[in-house]
Write a protein that binds this ligand. Structure first.
Ligand SMILES: NC(=O)c1ccc[n+]([C@@H]2O[C@H](COP(=O)([O-])OP(=O)(O)OC[C@H]3O[C@@H](n4cnc5c(N)ncnc54)[C@H](O)[C@@H]3O)[C@@H](O)[C@H]2O)c1
Length: 414
């Protein structure tokens, strides 16, 4: 264990239900059972916290100290709060602080691994473009934005449906227009952006939300056409929208925000029989995480990762374009309703806006995949430790510092 492993600090503890007082109980997670691993971890953490290793304080006490620390700093939050007030902000901010502290302690130059800790604070009289805005999560975001006096451009596959959705949003007292846009068509994307800027003179937010699913099918039976369709919409469509608006946000040179809709699949459990969908949403996570560090300060970015939400996504196929094989029959029997899908869509928009204000990069409207994300994280860290272990001089090869040095060398050459 080295003190540079920031994720380790939070990954060590798993939630084990709630005590009588409602507070979460924490315990060492199953992935961290090896005694040498625990001793090393506790030693390093105690050195950080109280300046003494476990041998001088007793293992039990050391572990209890860390447990208390974790409980009071990391998990003292309201995990099932869907209201959007989000005390879970700490879950995001704490690793940021730790990461900076750890790098400083290791003797690295002043390092700011995450460039921002605040997002857009006020949506009043801002203008937002929402792709896939006619239905489900996109439409709920539109309603939440209108509730905050933000003007809206609804973009989706069908003009009539866009107009109808925009009319409903206008009734909330803001200005809203609908604009047909297939995110797999670059010309449509450029026309959408033109229309938005022509109408309002500025655009401040992009909710890059259009997405499709092809149902549940095992990987070996997945039709190539479906895989390509999923990737064209969920990844390339998302990417192309993002790049078009980013270019314009940079030119506009005012505060802007991009919220890319990914999924709980992106961070947690790769759900069986959803290979194409999982892979496309992991790709959205991959590039959005990079944008977070690459963008100029006036543009912030977030990743919306909903759980299974009651929307029309199970019937995406009915809207599949001819170039991807044409529409598929509706699936009335697909379990999209509340009997199977646990979450109602109505809380997602408000939650998303609250977390943008909080500066959260990861936006989780639902709690159901938290343990799955933890499971994956634990396994990754355990594999590092079991297979390689920290060499005494690992800091010399710290990936972030290595990358920055390489970048600096390249800049010097250019
Ligand atoms: N519902 C869930 O359980 C869930 C979970 C995690 C993530 N998501 C993601 O949330 C986003 C919104 O999905 P939803 O659940 O509201 O589904 P939905 O089907 O109700 O809404 C998606 C919208 O995207 C539009 N769309 C599809 N292809 C398009 C294209 N090429 N160009 C423009 N618009 C297009 C559809 O017409 C539809 O209006 C998607 O990215 C989806 O992957 C949904």
């Amino acid at each position: 264990m080295t003190v540079g492993d920031t994720n380790r600090d939070t990954a060590l503890f798993s939630t084990q239900g709630h005590g009588k007082d409602g507070a979460e109980k924490t315990a060492l997670s199953p992935g961290a059972q090896r005694s040498d691993f625990i001793r090393q971890t506790v030693n390093a953490a105690l050195k950080l916290v109280i300046g003494a290793p476990v041998e001088k304080n007793g293992g039990e006490r050391g572990i209890r100290t860390l447990g208390t620390l974790a409980r009071t700093t990391v998990f003292e939050t309201a995990p099932f709060n869907h209201s959007g007030t989000s005390p879970r902000l700490q879950l995001y901010k704490l690793p940021v602080r730790r990461c900076k502290q750890n790098y400083a302690r290791l003797g690295f130059p002043d390092y700011a691994p995450f460039t921002r800790e605040t997002g857009m604070q006020d949506f009043t009289d801002k203008v937002a473009v929402i792709s896939g805005g006619v239905n489900g999560i996109g439409f709920d975001i539109a309603k939440a934005l209108a509730g905050e006096k933000c003007h809206v451009v609804i973009a989706d596959l069908d003009q009539e449906a866009c107009d109808a959705a925009a009319a409903e949003i206008s009734a909330q007292g803001v200005s809203a227009i609908g604009h047909k846009c297939d995110v797999t068509q670059e010309a449509d994307i450029a026309a959408l952006a033109d229309a938005a800027w022509d109408k309002f003179g500025h655009v401040d937010l992009l909710f890059n939300n259009a997405g499709v699913g092809a149902g549940l099918v095992s990987s070996t039976k997945m039709a190539d056409a479906d895989l390509r369709w999923i990737f064209e919409v969920n990844f390339f469509g998302n990417w192309n929208m993002c790049m078009e608006f980013l270019r314009r946000f940079k030119e506009q040179n005012s505060e802007a925000h991009i919220c890319n809709t990914a999924s709980e699949n992106s961070i947690g459990w790769p759900m069986p029989r959803m290979a194409g969908y999982n892979a496309s949403k992991a790709a959205v996570l991959g590039y959005t995480g990079m944008l977070r560090m690459e963008l100029p300060d006036h543009i912030s970015v977030s990743l919306l990762c909903p759980g299974w939400t009651q929307t029309d996504i199970g019937n995406s196929g009915t809207r599949r374009q001819e170039k991807f094989g044409g529409p598929k029959p509706a699936r009335p029997s697909f379990p999209m309703d509340g009997d199977f899908f646990p979450y109602e869509v109505e809380t997602v928009g408000a939650h998303t806006l609250a977390e943008i204000k909080n500066g959260s990069f990861y936006i989780f409207p639902h709690y159901a995949a938290r343990h799955l994300a933890e499971e994956r994280n634990d396994e990754i860290i355990a594999a590092f430790d079991a297979q390689t272990g920290p060499s005494p001089d690992w800091q010399k090869h710290d990936t972030r510092s290595f990358f920055e040095a390489m970048q600096a060398a390249r800049n010097n050459k250019e």
